[in-house]
Design a binder for this molecule. Structure first.
Ligand code: SF4
Ligand code: SF4
Length: 358
């Protein structure tokens, strides 16, 4: 594949019509919540910019991020961006194996040095010199650092890559750590969740390859367009919360009436994600919609914060609709301190090459 090919050229070579291409641009703009006219800008960018390759690595994880991604409700985005256009390496779904697969990594570095996106699912275990995750005869940490050295930017898929997740749960026997603890000199966008929502994943990756820069991030490194609000702020059960109408136990009268799940341990008041707006399974439902509280899977340390069924305490929630993660971090540090203390300030990266702190 010619390294200077544009996205549009590659799409056309794969038989995608101009009509489908424009539809893809419109879907992308809508998913990203961009203003009218953005679809045209996306089309212009894809017609003129060289494609951005994506290398997708897997460390310690369960592959739920990949499982979520391939079930995106927007197959056009998924197929066009990854299967046809940009995905050069994914050791889980690629056909190549062994030496042939590993050669692709070196070929990508040789051809696109400093110009590819490194998408990381899972995390590196540091214990026993990285021996808990060996790939192609070497610790995953080594492979991760090598590929990170030559990339433009990193996507940390899911709560494993973003926070450590369950394999980092106490006592963390493999010493699993999130990506930002071992890679310090590249822009990183975190897309947490266990797994992240498919449309959030396709939205983030489409934004990166289309605009060539990171979306606006919060101070934990998450895209504000998807992690700017708490589930609680847009939950359809919120009127019941405000009215003091709670489910007291599963299958009681309150449960049948669709009351708020706060007392059943719902972590919606402290969880920043798009579940209550985008939903799951193509927007069909989401956990609270199915009668179970949010576990807070997109938040740091959710796995070690105690019972999933114990209510969030010590947090002023009433009247904080539309609150941002930063504001909650300042006003309720005691509750979400662990979540807001990590990672550096939000970064703005122009063409990925230049990193500035806000
Ligand atoms: S506590 Fe949970 S169920 Fe209740 S309004 Fe908030 S997000 Fe919805
Ligand atoms: S509702 Fe909560 S636990 Fe469920 S996927 Fe969304 S953030 Fe994760």
């Amino acid at each position: 594949m010619d390294g200077n090919e544009t996205f549009y050229t590659v799409m056309r070579r794969h038989g995608i019509s101009r009509r489908s291409f424009l539809k893809f641009c419109a879907v992308t703009a809508a998913t990203l919540g961009l203003p009218p006219g953005a679809a045209t800008k996306i089309a212009e960018a894809l017609e003129s910019q060289p494609r951005t390759p994506v290398i997708w690595l897997h460390g310690l994880e369960c592959t739920c991020c990949s499982e979520s991604f391939i079930r995106s409700a927007h197959p056009l985005a998924k197929d066009v961006v990854l299967s046809m256009i940009s995905l050069d390496y994914d050791d889980t779904i690629m056909a190549a194996a062994g030496d042939q697969a590993e050669e692709i990594l070196e070929q990508t570095i040789a051809k696109y040095d400093g110009r590819y996106i490194l998408a990381c699912e899972g995390n590196p275990p540091l214990g026993n010199d990285g021996m808990y995750c060996i790939q192609a005869g070497r610790p995953y940490l080594e492979k991760l650092r090598h590929m990170a050295d030559h990339c433009q930017a990193i996507i940390a898929w899911g709560s494993c890559a973003s926070w450590g997740c369950v394999q980092a749960a106490k006592p963390n026997p493999t010493h699993a750590v999130p990506i930002h603890q071992v890679i310090h000199d590249k822009p990183i966008v975190k897309v947490p969740g266990c797994p992240p929502i498919a449309e959030v994943m396709t939205g983030v990756i489409t934004y990166l390859v289309t605009f060539g820069r990171l979306p606006e991030l919060d101070r934990q490194g998450r895209p504000l367009m998807f992690y700017g609000q708490r589930l609680h702020d847009k939950c359809y059960r919120r009127p019941h919360f405000d009215a003091g109408q709670y489910v007291e136990k599963f299958d009681d009268e309150g449960a049948r009436k669709g009351y708020c799940l706060y007392k059943m341990g719902c972590k919606g008041p402290t969880t920043y994600n798009a579940c209550s707006t985008i939903g799951w399974n193509g927007g069909v439902s989401w956990p609270v919609g199915s009668g179970h509280g949010c576990l807070g899977c997109a938040e740091d340390n959710f796995w070690d914060k105690g019972s999933f069924y114990a209510p969030v305490t010590n947090l002023e929630v009433t009247g904080q609709v539309e609150a941002t993660a930063d504001r909650i971090g300042k006003t309720a540090a005691g509750v979400v301190g662990a979540a807001v203390a990590v990672h550096a300030a939000a970064t703005v990266v122009s063409r990925f090459g230049k990193q500035e702190e806000n």
